[in-house]
Ligand binder design. Structure first.
Ligand code: ADP
Ligand code: SF4
Length: 693
């Protein structure tokens, strides 16, 4: 299909210093949880983005020296010659598709604890570690600053030699350089502190020295925060940022603009809308004549064009939209914008870096698997036979399995009990702030309805005999899971109330069975749902308390950068918090809570308790089918598999992945995967691939 001419501005080339970006789609630096540990996985993943039409594809944060080491968060590195060879894998892939490759040079300062290298971290002053490690930094003296400049320059040269076209000076996100700029943090009395001119000195020197070293061949970009800090209710406080940018305005070849607060800049959709940075950076283009890129979880081409036409930015920066759909630019270019797999803003991608494991994505199950499994986001292997497949259950697992099998060309029947598709994502999307979760369903349904080889049967609760009567060659059960009213003691599930007490689960709340009096939400799950359920109940006007055995609210959501905002939100809504408290009994009028540490008990009055604890797989159909074959799955007239939450209740990203993997591996050799360092299955087995081989 031809491109909609409205989107032409997105496809105009633009000069960035000595290089030219072929279009306005710019994958800004983003972490992958792979970094220098897994160069092949990174290279293939970035290459797929270039193939998908991103005009610029950048690395993640790239350490310039062993005194800036972020493990267990895997950064990239430019420490020595071996890094050049590793990065070459990426730049070659990116160049193959005519895109530019960018390298973000990074020095962590008080945010890198150097747990691997055990070098002493350095920053602007002797200060406590900024990410909670029990270390202080050494205050940098003049020699340290001179060394830093040399390391930066050497890293820039290595980046050039590795084939990068854009080299960054990274002066934001509370890493070292932003501390020099910050008037509150920078209390130095030498020529690098005090006046604005002094505080920008180091950044200026680095820009000039990088240009001097590599500027004939590479563009020099600066990543810079448009605001000083976020005021009440997200109102920007620009402080002296406009003046600061003014003093540096024409030095680099590109400004990559974001904001000081990471959690807001890459906020989850629950708290941060598309294009949310606009109020922070609306002055930027009036201060510099150089091209500007910024982010905003852009997935709508209309919003993108509007940003460019209104002079907010020149290039559309994206991390998450490029993760959810590496082919987003190509789809717009080919008039296929309805096929874009839109990011849902859940930040599961970010959790990989937080935990120190390769990236994964809720919407894009192939993310991070491009090299080690050879999965491509847009291509599937052709079907291996004319077999038919029955998928039971139309939640995220079943939808993805049906979509991917349909793409392979199989005859697919998707049976769903209800009158609508989506399962848990449809239910969760109706909760406060989670409407984007419906995109998991919408993308897949949009694809499925175009496939003549896929039939969808609504209102079809299948029993074991029904499944047999369908006569499919393969059957996958994607029947999901059900929240339980019991608590998990750490060893076994335990009842916490008599049968007549009002004990509810998230399934009740999502089905509209709302409590009508004071309610305790008991969150043992520890991810987003407990907080969201508390908010949903609170919205009906009843008093709500959230209790959790954890010391913090929504503990796992720290990995997706949202737990701090969740707690702020709950407190603003007047939801009381009971932390490090275990629910031992609820008699219908009062809940007995005991301290997770001392065991000290207290009794609080509630009329209802919502248990957000754990789930039971909906696997009755599995057991019924097995029973019909005397427990021997191979005796059934079809292959039978459980997938997604029906196999093991999990997060949506893992459910989608499970459906995708089933579809990939049906009638194909399963991929063995030993996920240590860069590992790949080859026809003669699985090989560890130490770099350099
Ligand atoms: P998952 O996350 O694994 O996709 P969900 O709970 O979101 O799981 O979705 C499971 C879907 O399966 C629900 O829409 C449910 O209505 C459907 N389902 C469950 N049991 C059956 C069945 N026996 N026949 C048809 N559909 C079923
Ligand atoms: Fe978007 Fe979630 Fe995928 Fe990250 S994991 S790219 S936030 S859909």
């Amino acid at each position: 299909m031809p491109r909609d001419p409205r989107y032409d501005p997105l496809f105009e080339p633009i000069d960035i210093g000595p290089v030219t970006a072929p279009n306005r789609f710019y994958q800004v630096p983003h972490c992958t949880g792979m970094g220098w540990l897994r160069p092949r996985m990174v290279a293939e993943m970035r290459g797929v983005k270039a193939e998908g039409g991103w005009g610029v594809v950048c690395t993640e944060y790239n350490s310039i020296h062993p005194t800036s080491d972020d493990l267990p968060h895997p950064s990239a590195s430019l420490w020595d010659q071996s890094d050049i060879a590793a990065h070459r894998l990426m730049t070659d892939k990116v160049h193959e598709y005519g895109a530019l490759a960018g390298a973000e040079l990074w020095y962590g300062g008080a945010r890198s604890a150097n747990l691997l290298t055990r070098d002493v971290p350095m920053d602007i002053a002797s200060m406590p570690h900024m990410s909670g490690n029990p270390f202080q930094t050494r205050a940098m003296d003049k020699t340290d600053i001179r060394n830093l400049r040399r390391w930066h320059l050497d890293a820039a040269l290595r980046a050039r030699d590795a084939g990068f076209d854009i080299v960054y000076v990274y002066a934001t996100h509370t890493y070292l350089l932003s501390n020099f700029l910050n008037p509150k943090i920078n209390q130095r009395s030498d020529e690098y502190g005090g006046s604005l001119k002094n505080r920008i000195r180091l950044v200026r020197e680095l820009i000039e020295e990088t240009k001097e070293a590599v500027g004939d061949r590479c563009a020099v970009a600066v990543r810079f925060a448009a605001d000083e800090e976020i005021g009440e209710d997200g109102v920007p406080i620009h402080g002296e940022r406009r003046d600061m940018l003014g003093l540096l305005a024409e030095l680099p070849d590109l400004w990559d603009i974001n904001i000081a607060n990471y959690a807001l800049e890459m906020g989850v959709a629950r708290f941060t809308a598309e294009a949310a940075l606009e109020p922070y950076m609306d002055y930027v283009k009036s201060v510099t004549s150089k091209p500007v890129v910024t982010v905003g979880r852009f997935t709508s081409p209309d919003t993108m064009v509007s940003q460019i036409k209104r002079g907010i930015t020149d290039l559309i920066g994206a991390a998450r939209p490029s993760i959810a759909d590496p082919f987003l630019p190509r789809k717009i270019n080919e008039g296929l914008q309805d096929d874009i797999r839109e990011c849902i803003g859940c930040n599961v991608c970010y959790s990989g870096d937080s935990i120190g494991v390769p990236i994964r994505c809720t919407q894009n199950p192939t993310m991070g698997e491009e090299w080690r499994r050879g999965w491509h986001p847009e291509h599937m292997p052709d079907k291996a036979s004319d077999s038919s497949v029955l998928i039971v259950g139309g939640g995220p697992t079943g939808l993805e399995a049906a979509r991917a099998l349909g793409q392979r060309g199989y005859k697919v029947m998707l049976a769903e009990t209800g009158t609508e598709l989506g399962g848990r994502v449809t239910r969760e999307a109706a909760l406060p702030g989670l409407s984007t979760y419906a995109r998991v369903r919408d993308y897949r349904v949009q694809q499925l309805v175009q496939m003549s080889n896929v039939e969808i049967f609504y209102d079809s609760p299948l029993g074991a005999q029904d499944v047999i009567d369908v006569g499919a060659d393969h059957v996958a059960l994607a029947t999901g899971a059900t929240w339980l009213t019991q608590r998990w003691t750490g060893q076994f599930a335990e009842d916490v109330a008599p049968p007549d007490a009002s004990l509810l689960t998230p399934d009740d709340i999502m089905a509209g069975r709302m409590p009508d009096g004071p309610t305790l939400v008991y969150d043992e799950d520890g991810y987003y749902l407990g907080g969201v359920i508390a908010e949903a109940v609170r919205a009906t006007g009843v008093p709500v308390t959230l209790a959790t055995p954890s010391d913090v609210v929504s503990e796992w959501a720290g990995n997706t950068s949202e737990r701090w905002r969740v707690r702020t939100r709950l407190q603003k809504l007047g939801i009381a918090l009971e932390l490090a408290q275990e629910l031992s009994w609820f008699d219908g009028q009062a809940a007995k809570l005991s301290c997770s540490y001392s065991g000290a008990e207290k009794s609080l009055p509630f009329e209802h308790v919502v248990m957000v604890t754990h789930r039971a797989p909906n696997d009755a159909l599995w057991h019924d089918l097995l029973a019909m074959a005397d427990g021997d799955v191979d005796a059934l007239p079809f292959t039978l598999q459980r997938i997604g939450d029906c196999e093991a209740p999990t997060i949506i990203a893992a459910a989608v992945y499970s459906g995708h993997r089933y579809a990939r591996e049906l009638e194909a050799e399963p991929h063995l995967l030993h996920d240590r360092v860069d590992v790949r299955q080859t026809p003669d087995g699985v090989h560890l691939m130490p770099f350099g081989q």
